[in-house]
Unconditional design. Structure first.
Lengths: 226, 226
DNA sequence: GCAATAATTGAACGATCGTTCAATTTATTT
DNA sequence: AAATAAATTGAACGATCGTTCAATTATTGC
């Protein structure tokens, strides 16, 4: 006998609510969103199978059934929150009638906007950053997404730079540096505002970002040829 | 009978190693450092009473005996790592023969130095930031320490500014903004380097910080009266 | 209406969680 | 050397962890 024999006498499986079944897709989505809500409320250590099931209105067996393991569900949840936030930001700034420089300036406003910089997202990103260090599949996912983010900002700095200069010397390298510096500053502000109350307000965070963008364009437009 | 009656027949308590006792202070220190090492290796969710005891060479009962609870130990551990890092940084930059501006310039080098920017500290700070959001006593501790940090940097920017200007208008406010901006940038770089491999190297992180400091002094020295 | 399939349930499992505390060992005082 | 105090041990506890899977219910195709 390869499988373990279980005691199966007189156990009952009822569906007391008469809940209607959902499709697999809907259930997966519910579990992912329940995971995100649980992480936001209870953190990495406090998020368990039980809290996820409670938050998503599911029973305990469904996580293994649909995702194979809690860890795999976690990775998908964090990928989902990342995608959602990115989409919301890009939607706010990607207006084709604007110049690259104008779109770039919209970024900090989108990042710290009411729909992106929520209590929930602040909590979830702290969990994401933590898990990125201690959970391999989350790390791999995050690194891929982050590299795309850097590339996007780099391209934006580059496009904005060539709108206003004829000096192309080292513009690619300078754009990349500008992108990494800007992302670091905005992530640092996000972090600081996530773990402290009333130390930095939204407006001044946006101000810091915009000033930083301006300072980068002074560098981008400066002629640094031999 | 107020206390629970326990089954106490034939249990043995041996000290098989013949370990010598330590003082309470030494034991507390060992537990705190074991906690830090466990957090660095396994993260918040993977750090348990057992992993801490293993890492510190203690038995399971000692955590309750010396700290009352695991949560209290966690808070003390994070306070300890914060103090240690601060001390190491300040020791590297607080050379009285230097000007404030020179000391400020030493800060990013100290922050990303071999002794501060270690694998262990990167992991532990991700845990600290996470716990700051989900553990009340950690949050309180961290906010107090962070405010001291901001104040220290603010004072440094202010001192450096008055070394080179006679325009005192709004210098306090500008110094505070400079401090928060700088701390956000350096924390953001620290975060980015903690969760990504090979995207930012030490030298360019230090370079970003120094350029930011320079840009802040342009603002600090600019006359914004009227 | 009746199989066949998809979705869901939750008791049971072995492992481990944080905590308790009587028992024991080691160090200090008299 | 005896008595006292300080430090340490680890089995036991009740709770909960992530996972398993036989049983049950809901939906679909004919």
């Amino acid at each position: 006998m390869t499988k373990k024999q279980r005691n199966s006498k007189n156990i009952e499986h009822t569906n007391p609510n008469g809940t209607q079944s959902r499709t697999g897709q809907e259930r997966k989505r519910a579990l992912i969103e329940g995971t995100i809500n649980s992480l936001a409320k209870r953190g990495v250590a406090g998020t368990t199978i039980s809290t996820i099931c409670e938050a998503s209105g599911s029973s305990r067996g469904l996580i293994t059934h649909y995702f194979g393991s809690k860890e795999a569900l976690l990775a998908q949840a964090l990928q989902h929150v990342y995608s959602t936030v990115s989409l919301s930001i890009y939607r706010q700034m990607d207006k084709p009638e604007l110049t690259a420089r104008e779109r770039l300036t919209l970024f900090p406003e989108a990042l710290f906007s009411r729909s992106v910089f929520t209590q929930k997202n602040r909590s979830v990103f702290l969990c994401l950053w933590h898990e990125t260090r201690f959970n391999k599949i989350v790390r791999t996912t995050n690194q891929k997404l982050y590299r795309g983010y850097v590339l996007k900002m780099e391209e934006l700095f580059f496009q904005a730079a060539i709108e206003n200069t004829s000096n192309y010397a080292g513009l690619k390298e300078k754009s990349k540096a500008a992108a990494i510096g800007f992302i670091s500053l905005s992530d640092g502000l996000w972090l600081g505002m996530s773990i402290h109350d009333r130390l930095i307000d939204n407006a001044s965070a946006i101000g810091h970002c915009k000033k930083f963008i301006d300072s980068q364009f002074e560098i981008l437009h400066k002629n640094t040829n031999g």
